[in-house]
Write a protein of this length. Structure first.
Length: 541
């Protein structure tokens, strides 16, 4: 055998041995973590099914979930325009372009389970109780509820973005050069939904704060923090390159100057950025203290104030101990002060654009107070055990109360959406009958324009009032007046399965200011459905 053949044989043998060692190592890690993985899955699915099973088994589509029911028709191009450039590829590889509630729910809970597991590893959580509560925090917060209620078409994409944002922190924490590896999940997460960069920032801040409380030095913590900054900048740069390449390859122009476009920060002056950041800081605090809940607002507010106060006192007691040096004290307090900015970083990046889908990181405050409670039990040796454990029990109970309230809120939200879906179906069934009774109307040929919103269906359902003000996704978000023609077309195509032709945007806009239309009565009055200049107008309200 010649030398080259021997060398090739050796390389192949080396490769096999290398892969064998890697596979053995991976198997050993899985075996060590098998029980934890199982616990994370069970806890996540238990919380998830208690809170979200209703929406997984119903088809109450509205707003973007209706408009993007078939992403091939509109959603994929729209996602690229918004900079969510990896969403079409994800849908192609993992599920179809059709919105499939149960499959989406299953995938979402699997991604959340992975995020729970990595959070547990990041903070070295050993308590099963804390693991279960962590699963609840990540699974039944208000952002997840709003997502599943109104935007289930993107639910699994966004939960994968969550898992990747956590994965970046896990790599940064676990490995010396993990910050370089973390660049990739940061990039992909942003390419699925940009707002989850706030989760990465928040978890980094929480980890650094815990390190300082543990007695790590300023230098050590600051160095670790600098690596995280490098990871975030690197991930952002790679994301920027990705959107440019994909936009060029697809021929789709990125959205600019829109309320949810990705270039808003570039058009802001320094004073505007500072003002937005300061306002966003207080907005984040306000959002937390007024968090939507099935409980009375004052009760929910007291719960949040109580848990923050308990955790705050623990932190202050630790910070002002003599063994903590001045630099460490200052850095700890500075990082805590930065939390509201990190939790809502996208508020600044979007120039003040903020809604429930962008607030996931805000709810990680529940994780923070629990970590502080468990930390105190392990580290405050001079404090009486009854006080330490009492604080921990109090924090755990308060967080559980919030989570159980969120379970109720989720089910109320989904029931509300379902009732409205059925009411809207009943309304439009009657309207379609009257449309077809109009002598000059030819189904599938005559253009149709809808005006206003149905007056009889605008009042909040008794007992559901808080959901109309506190959550993304109003009752009739696919009935949007002049801006809603695409939603109407989707509703007729996919729900009513009626061949009605919704008028083009120019005709739609003309009818919104037509004097003859202004004089028409509102549905169900006689004359509320009529032909105007060859267009069938339905004046709802």
């Amino acid at each position: 055998m010649n030398d080259s053949r021997i060398e090739r044989s050796s390389l192949k043998t080396g490769d096999i041995c290398g892969w064998s060692r890697y596979a053995t190592s991976a198997a050993e890690k899985f075996k060590r973590n098998r029980n934890l993985i199982l616990l994370c899955l069970i806890a996540t699915f238990a919380w998830g099914m208690a809170a979200h099973a209703y929406v997984f088994f119903h088809s109450s589509f509205s707003h973007d979930a209706l408009n993007e029911f078939n992403a091939e028709a509109l959603g994929n191009d729209w996602k690229i325009q918004l900079g969510r450039v990896f969403v079409p590829l994800y849908r192609f590889l993992v599920r179809s372009d059709i919105t499939l509630p149960w499959l989406i729910g299953l995938l979402s809970l699997l991604y959340i389970s992975a995020a729970v597991f990595m959070v547990v590893k990041i903070f070295d959580i050993s308590s099963k109780c804390l693991t279960i509560l962590t699963a609840g925090i990540l699974t039944v917060n208000i952002t997840v509820i709003a997502q599943a209620a109104t935007y289930i078409n993107d639910f699994d994409c966004n939960m994968l973005a969550l898992a990747l944002s956590v994965a970046a922190v896990y790599l940064w924490k676990e490995y010396e050069k993990g910050f370089l590896l973390g660049i990739i999940p940061v990039c992909i997460s942003m390419g699925l939904y940009q707002s989850y960069i706030s989760v990465t920032i928040t978890l980094i801040l929480l980890y650094l704060i815990i390190r300082l409380l543990d007695g790590k030095t300023f230098r050590d913590t600051f160095g670790k923090g600098l690596k995280s900054v490098g990871m975030l900048i690197g991930g952002g740069a790679l994301y920027f390159v990705s959107i440019k390449v994909i936009s060029l390859a697809s021929g789709i122009t990125l959205k600019s100057g829109n309320y949810n476009s990705i270039d808003t920060i570039l058009s802001m002056s320094l004073p505007e950025i500072v003002h937005t950041t300061i306002y966003g800081y207080f907005y984040t605090c306000y959002k937390l203290l007024t968090a939507l809940s099935s409980y009375p607002a004052i009760f929910a507010g007291i719960i949040h104030v109580a848990m923050i106060a308990i955790a705050g006192l623990i932190i202050l007691r630790r910070v002002f101990q003599k063994e903590i040096h001045v630099k460490e004290k200052v850095l700890t307090l500075a990082l805590i002060a930065l939390l509201p900015i990190g939790m809502n970083a996208v508020y600044t990046l979007t120039g003040g654009m903020s809604h429930d889908l962008m607030h996931y990181a805000v709810w990680l405050v529940y994780l923070f107070v629990l970590l502080i409670g468990w930390w105190a039990v392990d580290h405050f040796e001079m404090v009486k055990p009854a006080l330490k454990h009492g604080q921990l029990v109090a924090l755990s109970l308060l967080v559980f109360i919030v989570l159980w309230g969120n379970v109720q809120t989720a089910n109320k939200a989904y029931l509300k959406k379902d009732l409205e879906y059925e009411a809207n179906l009943s309304l439009f069934t009657r309207i379609v009958y009257q449309m077809e009774c109009c002598e000059e109307y030819v189904t599938g040929e005559t253009s149709v324009v809808f005006m206003g919103k149905p007056d009889s269906l605008l009042d909040p359902l008794p007992g559901f009032e808080e959901l109309y003000e506190g959550m993304t996704g109003e009752r009739y978000t696919y009935v949007l007046g002049a801006a809603g023609r695409d939603y109407y077309q989707a509703y007729f195509d996919y729900v009513l399965m009626n061949p009605a032709v919704i008028a083009d945007a120019d005709t739609w806009n003309e009818m919104q200011t037509n004097s003859e239309v202004d004089e028409m009565p509102c549905y169900p009055e006689e004359g509320s459905i009529a032909i105007v200049d060859g267009v069938l107008v339905v004046k709802l309200g």
